[in-house]
Design a protein around this ligand. Structure first.
Ligand SMILES: *Cc1c(COP(=O)(O)O)cnc(C)c1O
Length: 424
């Protein structure tokens, strides 16, 4: 389709190298899609420029509004989570902030689960409060408590399943029902489920729906799913990115407009990295999950562990809700690679810190979803207004399993427990 380049039309090399006539043939196909990088996007004419619609994916207008690379990633993420529209942002936390700034205004109130991802609480206590947007924390394990907190000012309810440190798994469908009954938007931080453990836009099978729930949307669904792509979709511990996915065009437009006004965008090479990781995500997620369960089962045999917090384990807070949503009695339910243990109160903070320092394969670091196993001790007392009654006293340690052999990881746990958490 392309003629062989003629003799250069322009006499100056500087111009000729920019306005070079050669175009590579189209039709190139390879496992990974091409990467398109742009701030400027060309229009064939002024008339075309004036006509171009930037809010949908019919064409291209400016790098911030989308490129073939970001459109492709957005569509694949919609497929992953079961949504219809997506915007990309520079981090998971930016996804949470974008949701808040898109739908809340002065005088509104947002409800946040008291076990939520900490920086989401900090956003409410900082910028949202400055803008005259109030917040309250509710107990996600008590749907009645959510209902009690909903007032005419409540505009948004955050959901998280499970809570990201203490791992309580809420009755998500019931919490969504409560939001629906009050006509309040609900947004899920879907980082843990990642579109794999459960479907945020189809929480229940049709048979479990009441007639009003199976109405226009056809299923019991969150309104918004925010996802820290930094975790499993990236899978490398090397990219920060987030997404906000919806199934409602009007709600998406609200988010898209706010996204544009805030000037949020993602770098093409980061989008490329996530696109490269997505094909292996399902396999990686299952591997992280199996390893986490092997480690959690090992901890259950250790008397230093006074409580295991892993939603797939009997006795863990909200285990039955995990079973109902993720397992649906198939016995094959997924549960990510994250769990916490309560180290018995007879061990001091210093001993627990020494145990974490004594691990060789587990690195000390935030985040999860990468190839390397991570450990972080958390001070629950400083994270909650009161010590949650379902948590034993002690020091909470959270583990995120990487892709190492479970056997090697257990040996590492064993040596560090022996060295630093001695049984008197
Ligand atoms: C990591 C995380 C975030 C934030 O993601 P970043 O990309 O690190 O900003 C939000 N929610 C949950 C549950 C997370 O684990």
């Amino acid at each position: 389709m392309h003629d062989k380049p003629q003799k250069p039309l322009l006499p100056h090399l500087s111009t000729g190298l920019i306005h070079h006539p050669y175009l590579a043939p189209s039709g190139f196909e390879a496992p990974q899609p091409g990467v398109f990088k742009a701030s400027t996007v060309y229009f064939p004419s002024v008339a075309a420029m004036r006509q171009r619609e930037w809010k949908d994916k019919s064409s291209y207008t400016y790098g911030l509004h989308g490129t073939p690379t970001t459109y492709l990633l957005e569509e694949r993420l919609c497929a992953l989570e079961g949504g219809l529209q997506c915007v990309l942002v520079p981090s998971g936390l930016a996804a949470l902030a974008l949701v808040a700034l898109s739908v809340l205004t002065t005088g509104d109130e947002v409800l946040i689960p008291d076990n939520a991802y900490g920086p989401n609480k900090a956003l409410a206590q900082g910028e949202l409060r400055h803008f005259g947007i109030s917040h309250r924390f509710y107990d996600p394990m008590d749907p009645e408590d959510l209902s009690r907190h909903i007032t005419p000012q409540t505009r948004l309810v955050w959901l998280e399943a499970p809570g990201s440190v203490s791992m309580e798994f809420p009755n998500l469908p019931e919490l969504v029902r409560r939001c629906r009954a009050h006509g309040v938007l609900c947004a899920l931080d879907n980082t843990w489920g990642a579109g794999l453990a459960f479907k945020p836009f189809d929480l229940l099978e049709d048979a479990a729906l009441t007639p009003s729930e199976s109405g226009s949307q056809g299923s019991l669904s969150v309104d918004i799913s925010a996802h820290a792509l930094t975790k499993y979709p990236s899978g490398g511990g090397d990219v920060l990115m987030g997404s906000v996915i919806t199934r409602d065009a009007a709600l998406h437009l609200k988010i898209k407009l706010c996204h544009m006004r805030l000037g949020l965008g993602v770098a093409a090479n980061d989008a490329e990295t996530v696109l490269r990781s997505l094909p292996s995500m399902d396999l990686r997620y299952k591997a992280h999950d199996q390893t986490a369960r092997a480690l959690a089962a090992w901890w259950q045999t250790q008397s230093q562990c006074s409580q295991l917090m892993h939603p797939a384990f009997e006795g863990s807070p909200g285990h039955a809700h995990w079973q109902a949503l993720c397992d649906r009695n198939t016995g094959q339910g997924l549960a990510a690679g994250l769990f916490s243990v309560m180290i018995d109160a007879r061990f001091s903070q210093a001993q627990v810190d020494a145990f974490c320092d004594g691990l060789k394969l587990f690195k000390i670091g935030y985040s999860w979803g990468g190839p390397v196993s991570l450990v972080v001790p958390y001070d629950i007392a400083s994270m909650r207004s009161t010590w949650p009654s379902h948590l034993r006293p002690g020091t909470l340690v959270r583990f995120s399993t990487g892709l190492e052999s479970a056997h090697d990881l257990i040996l590492d746990l064993h040596q560090a427990v022996q060295a630093h958490l001695p049984i008197a």
